[in-house]
Design a protein around this ligand. Sequence first.
Ligand code: ADP
Length: 334
Amino acid sequence: GRLVGADADGEDSAVEAALRPKDLAEFVGQPKVREQLDLMLRAARARGAAADHVLLSGAPGLGKTTLSMIIAAEMGAPIRITSGPAIQHAGDLASILSSLQEGEVLFLDEIHRMSRPAEEMLYMAMEDFRVDVIVGKGPGATAIPLELPPFTLVGATTRAGLLPPPLRDRFGFTAHMEFYEPGELEQVVHRSARLLDVTTDRDGAVEIAGRSRGTPRIANRLLRRVRDYAQVRADGRITREIAARALEVYEVDQRGLDRLDRAVLSALLKLFGGGPVGLSTLAVAVGEERETVEEVAEPFLVREGLLARTPRGRVATPAAWAHLGLAAPQNAPG
Ligand code: ADP
């Protein structure tokens, strides 16, 4: 996988279980979401009821799965984890829903990728704690209503706007997760280093945090690579210099750009004078697929204010020239 990619890879899955905060107090950052959830969960607990359904939106790696587990833990409830793409047929959903225990948390990742019939079944389940199970086929098919115990649905999506409004409206609580501030990522790094039993000084954590693209999952992954380096090439302790040298080996620069990101930026500046240039032309210049440039490299470059998408093509910003240590030409756009 890509070292600075935000989606989980195999190694992440194995280690993440150990690094996940177990309760709201341990969850770093997102102060608004934490406070709102805390109030909601306390109130539900006091009423002895299942918590309202929760929708979490935000980029991969920002802690949506972690928060769903925390919700279950804070409610003292079991949790079931599944995802939209895993639910092909309404029947798949019916069998999950009908096996839920009272108060159970159902985490539905990528909820926007559920099939239409499953989505419609979910409306009724969320609102009335009831599903219609269809028995038989064709004209003889009958719908058998089935009561469900009260449960809490936690849905996760990269963007709340991707959800059909009727689904969105059935959540009692919606939280948008933001990218993390450097100081918050520094706390994540310190916390994970403690759990992994590695020593890092403050500057070492700052260095890793600064290259983590606002994303705890990436911070944890970079920490593991820096730990390897510290162990093999030094005395095991992480300092600023060790972190910087390790991440140089892995080609992740001070701002968290990797080789692909820099190749795109560098072609835009050196071959096309900073643009505007069309996406396809830019992709050919770096020897990548159009989709790779557009979906893998560009979102972060845009977020960092290094590249802009304009109607006339891709354009570098003054910050892009500065980042690659190049002088912007007099007539540079942007
Ligand atoms: P998502 O479901 O949004 O893709 P996850 O909940 O799987 O993200 O989080 C990815 C990793 O990042 C987990 O291992 C978790 O330990 C860590 N993480 C996420 N958010 C936080 C946080 N607020 N504090 C500490 N660690 C976090």
